[in-house]
Design a protein around this ligand. Sequence first.
Ligand code: NDP
Length: 315
Amino acid sequence: MSNTEHVTCLIIGSGPAGYTAAIYAARADMKPVIYTGLTPGGQLTETTEVDNFPGYPKGITGPILMDDLKAQAERFGTQVRFGMVTKADLKSNPKRVWVDDTTEITADSVIISTGASAKWLGLENENRLRMNAGGVSACAVCDGFFFKGQDVAIVGAGDTAAEEATYLAKLCKKVYMIIRRGEMRASKAMQHRVLNTPNIEILWNHETHDVLGKETVEGVVVKNNKTGEARTLDVKGFFVAIGHKPNTDIFKGQITMDELGYIQVQAGSSKTNIEGVFAVGDCADKTYRQAVTAAGTGCMGALDAERYLASVGVH
Ligand code: NDP
């Protein structure tokens, strides 16, 4: 079965970037249609308290924040639809995408806000405690505060892990950094910072074997992969910083990306290499990855799309 529908502004992905783009696009009368993807609301729906999104002095939960953003987008006429964009032909004019492999949409402009997904170790208890908000997190900036004055562990040895370890070290009593090799992948400058932070203890050649705790993290079992020696770290928080994967696979070969799959945008804008296609939020940002920065680029995407549509006489 095949249905085709034409829209002026199609937004793919429903995190803070996508909904903010929708708010601006709807207010500019671009009649945006947003496809949510399989996790409506994106990564924030998997977190609990969000204390760093401006405008909420008492904090807000991730799911409520995303419901609010959705409601705000709908207030101005955005059509929010559950569905996964599974295929795209962005070089054609109009652009063509397929939702759930069946519905075909043609669009004058497309704003990609498909986000990124944190990588996890894949341990059963890591997943359970993460889902229960029990002290397993992939974002130190978001959740480090909850472990003020306590001991935590972080796994990973790239720039993100190094940055997050030093961030955590300012808040926490002690930070164990679990590194699977005898060296770090992080830039020399970041390594230097980690090595010069007295309350970070590096566990070289260590791997994580289990995360302990029923409701909340009560310890982390690590093993030295050279000696086989195991030990339990007495920590209350467990941070995983082993990389993110941008959700951009369906655009490969069409849109210019970096070697990790992050969409490349022209500096200071949301413009991709394809006219009328814009990328916003974490799918185009491996550095900041915050809800508020995603929302900011979402606004840029809508404004860039509006200008593009005006320039081609569509809007
Ligand atoms: P990276 O892919 O660079 O690093 C991932 C780290 O996680 C590696 O040290 C890797 O170990 C480790 N790792 C992966 N899988 C496992 C596993 N199963 N168990 C244990 N350890 C594991 O990801 P980042 O998020 O750190 O960085 C992504 C990109 O973003 C990089 O290009 C980075 O430079 C950039 N970035 C830049 C920043 C800045 O400029 N301020 C800040 C943050 C990121 P191993 O080394 O053994 O493979």
